[in-house]
Design a protein around this ligand. Sequence first.
Ligand code: HEM
Length: 179
Amino acid sequence: MSRKQDDDNDKRPPASSPCAMHEVDPDYMGLAPNAVSPPDTGTRALPDLGRALLDALPDAIIYADQEGTIRFWNHGAERIFGFTAAEATGKSLDIIIPQPLRSRHWEGYHRMMKTGESRHGADELLAVPARNRADEKLSIQFTVAPVPGPGGTAAGIIAVLRDVTDTFNEMKRLRGERA
Ligand code: HEM
């Protein structure tokens, strides 16, 4: 065997390698018999992520049951709408929905409870006027999702709402300037 061939043989992976074409560390592939647990993709951190999402983000996160009674109201909802969680839970969503929009809201709400589906595309935000505790007008953008309950039915609906009042007013002002 020539010196050159010897050198080439030295570079090849051992015959036991799971892949003869590439030099792959079997531990990295998760193929070794005593391979340690798979890389943490966030699954183990889910409870912490869930808590941070619900408690620490500034957006309002509101969960209401099949009847539309508020069951969860986070800090963001307290900040945006001015009702504490203790005041809002157990009440109807009507506390933040202006009277003229209630029939459209409840029609959409009960339809989603029945079908589990939204009338809006995934990249479509609902944009609505709302009211806070002091009865001041807010501009809100929000998305909704059904929360699965037992037996494949929806247990309720969760919504993430953002206060866009300042942006909305600024856009109105700029449009007025242009007109
Ligand atoms: C700021 C207060 C809110 C106002 C003013 C409001 C108003 C409305 C309006 C006008 C619609 C009809 C939209 C359309 O079909 O084009 C609607 C639909 C809907 N709302 Fe509300 N809503 C509010 C908060 C909420 C909250 C907190 C939830 C859930 C916890 C919710 C759940 C729904 C659902 C599920 C629909 C049907 C959406 C769809 O088909 O994609 N709403 N709402």
